[in-house]
Ligand binder design. Structure first.
Ligand code: HEM
Length: 127
């Protein structure tokens, strides 16, 4: 087996430090978008990042990832009062994918994250 087959996607991205760097850049991009920045006006973004890192660890198969997170109810609860529209969600997804490109994240990992975006959209976007 080649190394890329034995390592998890989490490890291939560069593990915890790389995910942290990506999330820092991602939130910079989000706060730069006038359509999105208002959502985070009264929120400490640095408090959200570890939660999002935890979600990514589950998704990318990181070591010791939690197995007890029910993403549907967790994400629905976290966003239920925010009124996130489909267009807000799409723009956020674009900022994330642009960030992954900037960090030269391998294509198969980008695909995993695109799949996750499609899966979680109904939990984040207000009904
Ligand atoms: C892939 C899509 C998304 C994922 C996986 C995600 C994930 C998360 C997570 C894990 C939290 C932390 C929940 C907690 O503290 O326990 C959170 C909070 C938050 N998210 Fe998202 N999110 C997504 C999309 C969005 C979008 C599109 C917006 C708005 C444009 C948004 C706005 C927020 C805000 C404002 C909070 C803080 C809520 C609060 O503390 O009151 N999220 N998100």
């Amino acid at each position: 087996m080649t190394e890329s087959q034995t390592q998890s996607q989490w490890e291939r991205v560069g593990g915890e430090p790389a995910v942290k760097a990506v999330l820092d850049r991602f939130y910079e991009g989000v706060l730069d978008e006038p359509q999105l920045s208002g959502f985070f006006e009264n929120v400490a973004v640095d408090d959200i990042k570890p939660h999002l890192a935890e979600v990514l660890k589950v998704v990318l198969g990181g070591p010791g990832a939690r197995t007890d997170i029910d993403l549907a109810s967790y994400l629905t609860e976290a966003h239920s009062d925010l009124g996130v529209s489909e267009s807000d969600f799409e723009l956020t997804g674009k900022v994330l994918l642009d960030t992954l490109e900037e960090f030269d994240v391998p294509a198969d990992i980008v695909e995993t994250i695109e799949d996750v975006l499609a899966t979680v959209q109904p939990f984040v976007v207000a009904a």
